[in-house]
Design a protein around this ligand. Structure first.
Ligand code: GLC
Length: 751
């Protein structure tokens, strides 16, 4: 062959190689994922499935790994449910990176207003976007199975419908910003004790009707980009390895099309998790890459399984601001967001007690403000759900700004006392995980209190509780008041009532506490939960009547802890019941109460509660019209007109409960099937609310048939101001029964 043609041939071969090389180096686009997968090596594929290190956004919880050759960027994942959690200060710049501390999830649920939740998270999601984060690791949405769960402040409710609707609204608001969410912790992560290994043993009916139902609603109506599997086991298998949960139920039955990531850290078996449909190993490391690759090479993980997870990851990545090259400002409008946080807290705060119309106060009274928590206000909670805010308003500043004249000696007493306490707590706080802030209330003598009662017009006592990730609460000095708190309440009640003056309590708590034994001592009780950085101002606005409270309880307050069915098996902390060292089995938890959680139990068994699910007072009153329920092609549509019959503007939440026809499965006396909230109505104004319920939503889960079943017959339809305060009733007849079969893949608690 002539030399020239040889050279030409060589050039041709080189060009071809170059083209082949470039064609291998195709750059990821939204429309060429399959080509990119074909161009990836298995090593590259596996790195995409394991989280990596990063420092782009200091304080972010984790990252996914980049593959620059293919134009695949790393992406950023950060906590948490009450606001973005990143470090507020960074090396090399005096710019700060504070985030807004919004109301916690339990308070948002207390609004019973999904639109409000969506407004809050539209603002929150803007901070996620503008600080350069791609996914917010929220909503936290495990059911409030038991009040002692340390993370309940990050979660919504004891009821799956309320919880699911709130979570779906939360997701929509965040994702409106073009960033993602992570519905967590999937599933049955209802305690912190031994959370890394605890086996939640739950019947299929309780799973389907309660512990999965809220996730089902959130996935179908919120469409989260990601779901976070929980640390714990479910019926003997780690949820992150449970193919039935992560693939069959989540994807095949609920049509979830995002990625599943593990919770952070310790994993029992990354290979099983990959096969089960857990796409991303978070807080990943090289060992996990090696294990997965070895499993691919020896065929334990098939090429299809690997490519399936990689495809899920790429479909997630192309949605992210990082992939789209969004130029984030690092300057979200924190001032505007603070107002959103305050408004949301105002609409969600619950008025539990208001004897003799003690509230609203005039707002210019001489005020004796009691309690360590009046200074050390609990804005959020502890652990990964905390937010690094520039400021958490406290009740002293809020009540002053509302116009009250504070008893200055008392205010200074609590400021000094807090300073001492803070030093002590700082030492405790170093052990971040499992940190539980049992508040040592300051002692005040009866004599001092009686002098204060003479010098002031009204007393407000701010009672606080904090809790958080890594530890469950205890009974003594936590769920129950401690001795100092009890004595203080008693002395305040005696001293102020002796002079015909009022005593108001503000419960600035992360979860349910005991109230039945002391509420008779006080004239009014306001419940803001942990209301975020502006929450103290919202409390002041409620106390002065600037805001008419319209929040309602998303869970029940029992007369005593032992009335709660799950108290029989919820693992106590060390001194939960006062006896040191008593611990229940913590390697597993038998959800032996089955579906009998919260009002489902109390209402069906006529067990008295201190405050019922769905309860909340107002400064005005409402009347309910005769309801109208008419059959649709699927279920029914209910309408009811609510009128403001009082003297001030206000909003009412109407709760629609259904009692199924008797016979067949044993069912709760009534279950929440819909709810709606009026706009703010002036005195005399009315609004007609419309609520729809489908036949599927009326169904109960029959474990024997592995099917949802809606029986034919007559359903009682109740319209309540709470689960016990039914204002109107009608009925609805279903002529034919229906059933929807599902896969029996969740295991059995008995195994
Ligand atoms: C924690 C939490 C989870 C959080 C994650 C990242 O262990 O369980 O809620 O999102 O780690 O911080």
């Amino acid at each position: 062959m002539k030399r020239t043609s040889l050279i030409a041939l060589l050039c041709l071969v080189c060009c071809f190689n170059l083209i082949a090389q470039n064609s291998n180096n195709i750059i990821l686009r939204e429309d060429n994922i399959d080509e990119v997968i074909a161009a990836m090596t298995n090593e590259e594929k596996v790195t995409l499935l394991v989280g990596g290190p990063g420092d782009l956004v200091p304080g972010a919880a984790g990252y996914t790994r980049a593959i620059p050759r293919l134009g695949i960027p790393m992406t950023v994942l950060a906590d948490g449910p009450a606001g973005l959690r990143i470090q507020p200060k960074r090396e090399g710049t005096d710019q700060t990176f504070y985030c807004t501390g919004f109301p916690t999830s339990t308070l948002l649920a207390s609004s019973w207003n999904p639109e409000l939740v969506e407004t809050v998270t539209t603002a929150m999601g803007n901070e996620v976007l503008e600080y350069g984060v791609d996914v917010l690791l929220a909503p936290g949405m495990n059911l409030h199975r038991n009040p002692l769960c340390g993370r309940n402040f990050e979660y919504y409710s004891e009821d799956p419908l309320l919880s699911g609707k709130m979570a779906a609204a939360y997701i929509r608001g965040i994702q409106k910003n073009g960033v993602g969410t992570s519905a967590k912790h999937f599933a049955a992560n209802n305690q912190e004790t031994n959370r890394l290994e605890n086996d939640a043993r739950v019947s299929n009916r309780a799973l389907r009707e309660l512990y999965l139902k809220n996730f089902e609603i959130a996935v179908k109506e919120g469409k989260p980009w990601t779901v976070m599997s929980s640390y714990n086991k479910l019926n003997g298998e780690y949820t992150q390895q449970k193919h039935g949960l992560l693939t069959t139920v989540l994807r095949d039955e609920w049509d979830f099309d995002g990625i599943v990531m593990t919770d952070w850290g310790v994993k029992d078996n990354t290979v099983k998790a990959t096969k089960a449909g857990n796409d991303l190993m978070e807080w990943g490391n090289q060992v996990e890459i090696d294990r997965i690759l070895a499993a691919v090479n020896d065929g334990t993980i098939s090429q299809e399984e690997l490519d399936r997870n990689v495809r899920n990851m790429l479909q997630y990545i192309v949605k992210t601001p990082h992939f789209k090259g969004y130029k984030y400002s690092n300057k979200p409008d924190l001032k505007a967001h603070a107002q959103v946080a305050r408004k949301a807290a105002e609409e969600s705060i619950i008025l539990l007690r208001n004897e003799g119309n003690t509230l609203p106060l005039k707002g210019n009274e001489k005020l004796a403000l009691y309690g360590l928590t009046s200074v050390d206000f609990v804005g959020i909670g502890t652990g990964s759900g905390e937010v690094n805010t520039e400021h958490i308003a406290n009740m002293q500043e809020a009540m002053k700004s509302a116009g009250f004249t504070l008893d200055q000696n008392l205010a200074e007493f609590y400021q000094h006392y807090y300073a001492q306490q803070e030093a002590i707590q700082k030492m405790e706080r170093n052990n971040r995980w499992g940190y539980r802030n049992i508040r040592e209330e300051a002692e005040l003598s009866a004599r001092a209190i009686s002098l204060q009662a003479q010098e002031n017009d009204v007393a407000v006592y701010v009672l606080g509780r904090n809790a958080g990730e890594g530890a469950d609460r205890v009974l003594k000095d936590d769920f129950e008041l401690n001795t100092t708190e009890r004595e203080l309440l008693q002395n305040l009640s005696s001293a102020y009532h002796a002079l015909g003056k009022k005593l108001v309590v503000v419960l600035n708590v992360g979860g349910v506490i005991e109230t039945a034994s002391w509420k008779h001592l006080v004239d009014a009780i306001v419940l803001p939960w942990s209301p975020g950085q502006e929450g103290a101002y919202a409390v002041a606005d409620v106390l002065t009547g600037k805001v008419n409270p319209s929040g309602k309880l998303p869970m029940s307050f029992p007369m005593r802890y032992m009335d709660i069915p799950s108290s029989k098996n919820f693992p106590y902390g060390q001194n939960a019941s006062g006896r040191r060292g008593e611990r229940k089995d913590v390697d597993f938890t038998n959800y032996e109460e089955d579906i009998w959680v919260g009002y489902r139990y109390f209402q069906t068994n006529n067990v008295e509660v201190s405050y019922p699910f769905g309860y909340g007072l107002s400064y005005t009153t409402f009347s309910y019209s005769k309801p109208n329920v008419k059959a649709d092609k699927d279920g029914f549509t209910a309408t009811i007109t609510v009128t403001n019959t009082g003297k001030v503007a206000g909003r009412e939440v109407v709760e629609l409960y259904v009692a199924a026809p008797s016979g067949g499965l044993e069912k709760p006396a009534r279950e929440l099937k819909a709810f709606a909230k009026t706009k703010s109505m002036a005195p005399g104004e009315s609004e007609t609310l419309t609520m729809k319920v489908s036949e599927y939503e009326l169904a109960s889960f029959n474990d024997e048939h592995s099917a949802w079943e809606t029986a034919s017959g007559t359903y009682q339809v109740m319209f309540g101001a709470s689960v016990t305060d039914i204002r109107a009733t009608t009925s609805f007849r279903l002529n034919k029964s229906q059933s929807w079969e599902v896969h029996d893949v969740l295991g059995n608690p008995k195994e």
